[in-house]
Write a protein that binds this ligand. Structure first.
Ligand code: GH3
Ligand code: MG
Ligand code: MG
Ligand code: MG
Length: 356
């Protein structure tokens, strides 16, 4: 028997601070004395310094090592340091670029900024002012990093169900489109499973919403544990879940559906100081099928099967029951059609989605 103790995770763990690495500075300078002096001063500030002396070595350094701020000379043995600056900007690299150069004319400075430099310091320079400028640059780098991290967190949150921490309906709809396109293009099997907890309202009514929430979390955990990493599982609605099974024809999808149904059925969920048992009903539909031209139609067919699972007594898995009107399988992939059980190609009898 499977026992489930529900640990409620909150979105607060997204806010956990990551340990901070010291800022990394890439220095491209061919004058060994200037390079040595700068390296010592910058390291004294606690910054990591990586050095190259040519455009070519600089290009390799920037591509192979992480860096936050680039200090580059212009006059280098094999070219102009501004060339690298332009290349980085063309590639939309967000790093901060400070040109440190003897090219001190107004035109040279303007050219530097036009090619994408964030700051332009001319030699000879005062080390204290250079360090102050680097600090200012690193503050901007920090802000940019925080913004990128925050955008990433928001994107993640917008695709995650807050209660169960699995993907939400928005993520499912996007994934369905992508995976259906792949299945259609390469004529590969794709199955959709729609799952609904049986008599869930009674749990809320008898034990309260907090227990209902804990049951939803537990069912999500059982479903996640019972599917593969390459499958895609989401909370589809209130007490409904949806699973996409790529490379899985109907017969195998039925086995997956039956496995998770049994797992939920066997689980004992401890919540609110009591033990609870729940059951799920599941409906399954598979592509390729002559009547399915989109991901929406696939889910629509799975929904019709789920409706039948409810009507036929709940705590059960029902496959699609659609009549194939014409051959839908490419001769290149004959196995796709070969294993569909007979009961799946009889006429549909539910009236909710009469076309199925
Ligand atoms: P059936 O077997 O036909 O599916 O019956 P059911 O009771 O599961 O279905 P019904 O649609 O009548 O009730 C679903 C309930 O799920 C009603 C709603 O309040 C509850 N619900 C939806 N979302 C949540 C949630 O996030 N937390 C809790 N605790 N309950 C929820
Ligand atoms: Mg030089
Ligand atoms: Mg429901
Ligand atoms: Mg239900």
């Amino acid at each position: 028997m499977l026992w489930l103790f529900v640990v409620i995770r909150t979105t607060d763990n997204y806010m956990t601070e990551q340990p901070k690495c010291p800022p990394a500075i890439a220095l491209i300078e061919d004058d060994p004395n200037v390079a040595l002096m700068l390296t010592r001063h910058l390291q004294r500030e606690g910054w990591t310094v990586r050095h190259a002396a040519t455009v070519e070595d600089g290009r390799n350094l920037l591509a192979s090592q992480p860096w936050d701020l680039l200090i580059s000379d212009r006059s280098l043995p094999d070219g102009d340091g501004l060339q690298l600056c332009g290349e980085l900007r063309d590639a939309a690299h967000p790093g901060y670029i400070l040109m440190l150069t003897g090219e001190s004319s107004d035109e040279a400075k303007l050219e530097g900024f036009e090619r994408g430099a964030d700051d332009y310091v001319t030699k000879p320079f005062a080390i204290s002012e250079l360090i102050a400028r680097i600090r200012a640059g690193l503050r901007i780098v920090d802000l940019q990093k925080a913004l990128v991290a925050s955008n990433r967190r928001l994107a993640e949150l917008s695709l995650t169900d807050g209660l169960t921490q699995i993907r939400n309906r928005r993520a499912f709809d996007a994934e369905l489109m992508t995976r259906f396109d792949v299945a259609r293009r390469y004529q590969r099997p794709l199955s959709a499973v729609l799952i609904d907890i049986d008599h869930f309202k009674a749990i809320n009514d008898q034990h309260g919403h907090a227990v209902g929430d804990a049951v939803l979390q537990a069912v999500a955990a059982v479903l996640s544990a019972g599917t593969r990493k390459t499958d895609f599982i989401a909370r589809y609605g209130g007490e409904e879940f949806a699973v996409l099974l790529p490379e899985t024809p109907l017969l195998e999808a039925l086995q997956v559906g039956e496995k998770v149904r049994a797992a939920v059925n066997e689980a004992t969920i401890r919540a609110g100081g009591r033990e609870h048992k729940v059951a799920i009903s599941a409906g399954i539909a598979s592509y390729p099928h002559s009547q399915v031209r989109s991901g929406r139609e696939l889910v629509h067919a799975a929904d019709a099967s789920l409706y039948r699972a409810k009507a036929n007594g709940r705590n059960r898995v029902e496959p699609e029951r659609r009549r194939e009107r014409f051959a839908s399988f490419s001769p290149a992939v004959p196995h796709l059609g070969a294993r569909v059980p007979r009961r799946c190609i009889t006429e549909v009898d539910d009236n909710r989605h009469s076309s199925w």
